[in-house]
Design a protein around this ligand. Sequence first.
Ligand code: ZN
Length: 334
Amino acid sequence: MTAARTKTRRTRPEQGTNLGAPSFPRSRRGKVGIPQTLAFFCLLLLFPAPGCAQHFNGAKAYDYARQFVAIGPRWVGSPGHAKAEQFLRDRFQHDALEDDAFQANTPIGPVLLHNFIVRFPGKKNGVIVLGTHYETNYPLRNINFVGANDGASTTGLLLAIADDLRARTARGKVLDGYSVWLVFFDGEEAFQSWSASDSTYGSRHLAAKWGRDSTLGKIKAFILADMIGDKDLDVQRETRSTGWLVDLVRQAAKKFGYEHYFFQHDEPVDDDHLPFVQRGIPSIDIIDLDYGPDNSYHHTAQDTLDKISAKSLTIDGDVFLETIRLIDLRSAVP
Ligand code: ZN
């Protein structure tokens, strides 16, 4: 997403205190309650203890993000973009990976883009789709913009989620609930300046394609991750997202004592979920658009690895996997 998006930028005075490494849970969120304290204690443990839920491996997600950032800038047409594509192909070389290549007409002319889709089968008839974008912003190609949070963190998150799903579908097993598909979108960013026609190329292409071949009818939920590696995690309630999915994500966060990280304010954000929203697919954008003091890390050379954390990715992974579980349960009672 981009600063040029149609949204109301809010000024958050407390964000000026965000330069140091945040504690967990962060004090700026007010009094630390017992569930948060317990969640923190549980995260410190190497082994599960009574009363502690097992946690997602955010450290692994962070390490994937670190490797992805090490590739360098990944703007469309750059050597880094080709390396990023190859990185994803390598990670999924033993999975059912689809390379969804297509030509997009952009302000810089026609370009070849690649979405990547990996599928993990489930017992139930239907699909939950998790998405992220992986490329970096083309207009920032001359400032060494590596998008640690914007593109890499959520790529790392989905790669670590893939490891979890792969383990659960090893040796011919299938997931207990719906199939889960992971989509790594290309061309989310504008080539010139954000508009309906100059943005979200990968998601617009895939939603249209899945509309033509009737795949959309199988999709029970679309969950988009964007910019949620931020150490200072603060996920807004994106206002075009589907109400029942927002409720399930809130419920999932509550299970781990994470509710203060989610939905403390509302904001519309144009992002890769909209082509699915527009086609009636239940969709949610899980996004933290407040990135650094006065948003100074967003779309700047400041978007570097030190601004994201394994802790935030643990929170994200816990909530994503629990949300999938809740969607599977929800369907048990039609
Ligand atoms: Zn961006």
